[in-house]
Write a protein that binds this ligand. Sequence first.
Ligand SMILES: [Zn+2]
Length: 489
Amino acid sequence: MEVRIFGGVGEIGGNKVLISSPDRRAIMLDFGKSFSREDAFFQYPFMPPMFPGDYFKTGLLPPSEGPEWRMRGYEIGGLFISHAHLDHWGYLPLIHREIPVHLGRAGRTILEAYRSMGSRDLAALGELRMGTFSTGDVLEVDGLTLVPVHVDHSVPGAYGFLVDCCSKRVAYTGDLRMHGPRRDMTEDFIDILAEEGVDLLLMEATKVAPENDPESSLVKVLENRIWYRWRREPPKRVNFEVSTEDEVGERMRGVLEGSEGLILVEVSPTDVDRVRTVCEVARALGRKLVMDERVGFMADALSDVGISDLPRPGDYLLWRRRRRGKDGTEVKLGSREPRGLLDFIGRVEDRGGPDSVLWGDSRRRILEDGGSHFVITSNATRFLYEIPMGMKPTMEFVMSRSEPFSEETALSLDRLMNWLLIYGIHRYYRIHVSGHISPDQISDVLERVNPKRVVPIHTEHPDLFDLYVPKSMREGGILLPEIGRPITP
Ligand SMILES: [Zn+2]
C-alpha cells in the first residue's frame, strides 16, 4: 500500500489523500479546495481559474488524464469525503463523472442545500455519482477496505476513516475535536484506532501554531489601516476565551443581557451546535428570532434528515437577501431565483404568515423595534449593507463562527470593520469555540492510539508538531508531509 498527500500540506485545508494498492488501484480521501494555494495564483473575480487545466498546471490538483479530473497513472475506484467543509470537498465539481463519490448523509444534504440555494459552479455536483455511508460500514474498493467512523466537528456528519490493504492499516482523522457536544463520537473513533492498531496515522493539527489566536495579529494590522483611512478608532474586538459549546452560550447571554439595541450574531449555517446555542440565547433573552435565508434554509434541510432541535419555518422571521427589479427598486423575488429557495420561502410564509418574510420596507419594522429582535446571519457584512437608507439602528454584534483562517477571511474582516464603523458599532465580541482538537489533546490521542508513524496535516506548522508527540514516538515516528511524495506504511 502507498499513500500520497496532495493537499493539507503545510496549510489549513485543501486535503487530498491518495491511497493505492500495489496494482495502482486507488481511492482518494477528501478533495478539498485550497484557499491559500489558489490565492497564490488566482484572484476573484478578475482572474479566477477558468479551465480545468488551470488547476493542473498550478498543482492545485494532482496530474489528470483529461479535462475531467482522473488521476494519471492510477485507477480511482472511489472518492470519500470526510465532511462538508469546502476545504475538504470544494474541487468535487472538477472530477470525472464516472468516479463514485461517497459521503455521510448530513454531508450530502449540505452539498445539495448549497446547490439548491443556487451557489454558482455547483451545478456540476448534480451530475456526480453520489452515495452515502454511515458509521461502521465496511466499504470494499478494488482490494482496499475502508471503514468510516463518526467524529465530532463543527459540522454534522463528520467522519474519520480506517483504510486497510496488504495487511497494513492507515487512519485519517479528517477534522475532529474532543471538546464538542458530541465528543463521545470522537472517542468512538479513537477507541477503534487504539484497539485495532494503526501503522500510519494522518492527524489533523490545525491548532498547532506558535500563537493561540493567529487572527489577533492580523486584526491589529487591519485596525491600523482603518485608523489611517478614517482617522477614527477602529471597532474594538473583544475576544472571549471559551472552551466548550456550553460556555459559548453562557458567555453570549452574559454579554447581551440587558442590551437595548438590535442583536446581530454571525454564525456558520452548517455549524448546527452553534445555531442551537444562539437560538437558545435568543429565547432566554425573550427576543424574536430573525434569520437570513442561508441559515434558515440549511437548518430546514438538516432537520429533514433527522438533525434535531433546529429552527423550522414559522419559528422565525426570514431576512430576505436584497434583489433588484427591472425598475431599479427592491423586489421580493428576483426573476431567476433557484427553485429550492422559492419552495423554502413558500414554506416560511405558509407557517409564519405573509409578514414573515422581511424585504423592502418591511425590514424597517424590525429595525425600528430593534430591542425586541435577535438576528442570526451567515454574513454580518451583508446584513449591514442591506439596512435601508436613512436607518441607523443601535446594534450589538457578536462574531461567532468557525472559519479556516485565510487571506480571504482577512479581506472580509476588513470589509466588516468598515461597515461596523458606518453603523457606529464601536466594539464587537468574538465568542467562539473551535471545531478542532487542541494541541494538548493531540498528545493524549497519540498516547492512546500509539500509531507506528504519524503525519501532521491540515496545519500551517507541521514543524511544531513534535512538541505534542509523546517522547517514545519522537524518534522516527513523525513524518513531515511533502506534496505527492509516496509514503509506504
Ligand atoms: Zn472542517
